[in-house]
Design a binder for this molecule. Structure first.
Ligand code: SF4
Length: 182
């Protein structure tokens, strides 16, 4: 775990604009969390889960760079209730994504973050990786854990395998969890 992706982005752009390496964006989704969601698929993953549905997101050099301000502009136009950050592995770009989360919160939206790390792993990592701490602070609902093919499930909404957990990290997260369980 490191901040290498976000550091690279700053070097490449030479500006203060926070850049995120993304695989793609879906401006209106109803399958990546409750209500209408704006989804950012980040590029770059280190987990290599067997049976992953998004192998094209694994390369750390693939995808394309997009500025946070451009993403926020598209989010505002979408009418979504919040943003879902998926992957790839979002916590490889924690600093820039935390900045994005902060902007979404300023607009009254909520933030769901998917990760291949468990919440426990992230809780330990955040002690010496500030970018992990920042993204956790800007996440309302965390969907944690790697995709495990042998535990694949279609019975629980918004998760792919039974080991994954949906964890509230804020009051907004509590409301989202309530919507999921209603
Ligand atoms: S964490 Fe997600 S993107 Fe990464 S390999 Fe696992 S399922 Fe695929």
């Amino acid at each position: 775990m490191s901040d290498r992706l976000s550091q690279n982005h700053r070097l490449k752009t030479g500006s203060d604009e926070k850049m995120i390496r993304i695989s793609g964006i879906i401006e209106e989704s109803i399958v990546d969390g409750p209500s209408l969601r704006f989804v950012v698929f980040t590029q770059g993953c280190v987990h290599n889960c067997k049976g992953c549905h998004n192998p094209e997101t694994h390369s750390l050099e693939g995808g394309y760079l997009m500025g946070v301000s451009e993403i926020v502009k598209a989010y505002k136009n979408s009418g979504a209730a919040g943003i879902t950050i998926s992957g790839g592995e979002p916590f490889l770009q924690g600093e820039a994504l935390a900045f994005l989360g902060e902007e979404i919160h300023k607009l009254g939206g909520n933030v769901i973050t998917y990760t291949g790390y468990t919440h426990m792993e992230l809780s330990k990592l955040q002690m010496n990786t500030p970018s992990v701490k920042k993204l956790l602070q800007e996440t309302d609902l965390l969907v944690d854990g790697p995709f495990i093919l042998d535990e694949r499930t279609v019975d629980r909404p918004f998760i792919g395998s039974a080991n994954q957990k949906i964890i509230s990290l804020s009051k907004k997260g509590d409301s989202l969890l309530h919507l999921i369980r209603a």
